[in-house]
Design a protein around this ligand. Structure first.
Ligand code: NAG
Length: 142
């Protein structure tokens, strides 16, 4: 009985290795992400509504030059995604502002600029070049 109790505190090398791997991977998946969506259409107010499967950030009007920003940590499964519905006089659409696809272009900070032709991401990992997408929907007639 006494020997068994002492054995419970013995940690084997494979267990230490597993523990180290868990600590290393959790630091990667819990990386803090900062997203900013800015209105870069002079003289116009746009509307954005951003959300993930867990968070709804609400509807916001942004004057020219204004930003909407938020921070989050990617979930344990690394599956966190944020989308924004963006509405302007020039067009509108729903865009993935943080997904695994765009994560490779930036290092934790995702700065989107909404332009007349559509939303653009500043690719901080690629010399700050812009990754731009066209509007998915034409301007509303209303
Ligand atoms: C919006 O964000 C950009 C880039 O971070 C910054 O240069 C600009 O000053 C911000 N605008 C406001 C009104 O805070």
């Amino acid at each position: 009985m006494k020997a068994l109790k002492q054995n419970m505190f013995v940690i084997s090398a494979p267990q230490i290795l597993l523990l180290m791997m868990l600590v290393a991977s959790s630091e990667a998946v819990f990386e803090k992400i900062h997203v900013t969506v800015g209105n870069d259409i002079p003289g116009e107010t746009i509307n954005i509504h951003c959300y993930s499967t867990e968070d709804n950030l609400g509807s916001h009007d942004l004057a020219y030059g204004a930003n909407f920003s938020w921070d989050f940590r990617v979930n344990v499964w690394g599956s966190t995604k944020f989308w924004c519905d963006i509405t302007t006089k020039h067009g509108s659409g729903n865009y993935g502002v943080y997904t695994k696809h765009v994560a490779v272009y930036c290092n934790g900070v995702f700065q989107w600029l909404v332009k007349e032709k559509g939303p653009c991401l500043i690719m901080t990992e690629l010399g700050n070049n812009l990754y731009c997408q066209d509007w998915k929907n034409p301007p509303s007639l209303l």
